[in-house]
Design a protein around this ligand. Structure first.
Ligand SMILES: N[C@@H](CCC(=O)N[C@@H](CS)C(=O)NCC(=O)O)C(=O)O
Length: 219
């Protein structure tokens, strides 16, 4: 029995999409558990007992909570090898995990600094500086993902969908909140649109009610 604690539009989209890919490939179902971050449902004692970081996602597998996207993805891939989420060759898998770790520990926090500078500084000037520098760093991260996506045919690892495809969508969508027009990254946008059209990803998008529509052009 699998349960996923997720928040719409958050990084929990990555395992959410993974679970839909597993469902399509194996028939294994999961229970989506919506966490309302704006109501601080991730800070209740019961939630903190599952994840002391007070963050989504949490995967509860057979009653036991697992935190951290990289660990959740590794677990899902090993438990459902038929879903083909990650390469099986040892070196190719290690490279895939290296990319996933970078998406999670470098690209993702770059955006967190743009989105929540108040978590990192107190004065308005310091917050503005953090936001400006982080926006530049985050743009470079999206450029690197766009470079990697040049080889995506049609998806990151070829015919089968993976976590990397879902993370690419999530980060490009967040880019809109950082003032980055996805149209300025046409290779990445075209790849992400292919990913969004794939049935398991579309199912997760529909459940979260999200699209690639976060960028608002300045009036
Ligand atoms: N490294 C963590 C990152 C998780 C994370 O940053 N979650 C964010 C959403 S994208 C969150 O729950 N934020 C709510 C908060 O920190 O208050 C993981 O891989 O699970």
């Amino acid at each position: 029995m699998l349960e996923l604690y997720f928040a719409p539009g958050a990084c929990s989209f990555v395992p959410h999409a993974g679970l839909e890919i597993i469902k399509a490939a194996t028939g294994e179902t999961f229970e989506p558990k919506l966490v309302k971050l704006h109501k601080a449902e991730h800070r209740t004692p019961a939630y903190l007992a599952m994840n002391p970081n007070g963050q989504v996602p949490v995967l509860v597998a057979d009653g036991k909570p697992l935190n951290q996207i990289v660990a959740i993805c590794d677990y899902l891939d090993r438990r459902f090898p038929k879903a083909g989420l990650l390469p099986t060759d040892a070196w190719a898998r290690a490279q895939a995990m290296s990319q996933l770790a970078w998406l999670n520990n470098t690209a993702h926090p770059a955006f967190s600094h743009v989105f929540r500078p108040d978590a990192y500084a107190q004065t308005d000037a310091a917050k503005a500086e953090i936001k400006r520098i982080a926006a530049g760093n985050f743009h470079k991260c999206l450029e690197r993902i766009q470079d990697w996506a040049k080889g995506a045919s049609p998806f990151w690892f070829g015919a089968g969908l993976s976590f990397h495809d879902a993370y690419s969508f999530t980060l490009l969508r967040w880019g809109g909140h950082a003032g980055i027009d996805p149209g300025t990254l046409p290779g990445l946008k075209a790849y992400v649109e292919r990913v969004m059209a794939a049935a398991p990803i579309a199912a997760a998008l529909e459940r979260e009610r999200i699209k690639l529509d976060t960028f608002k052009a300045a009036a």
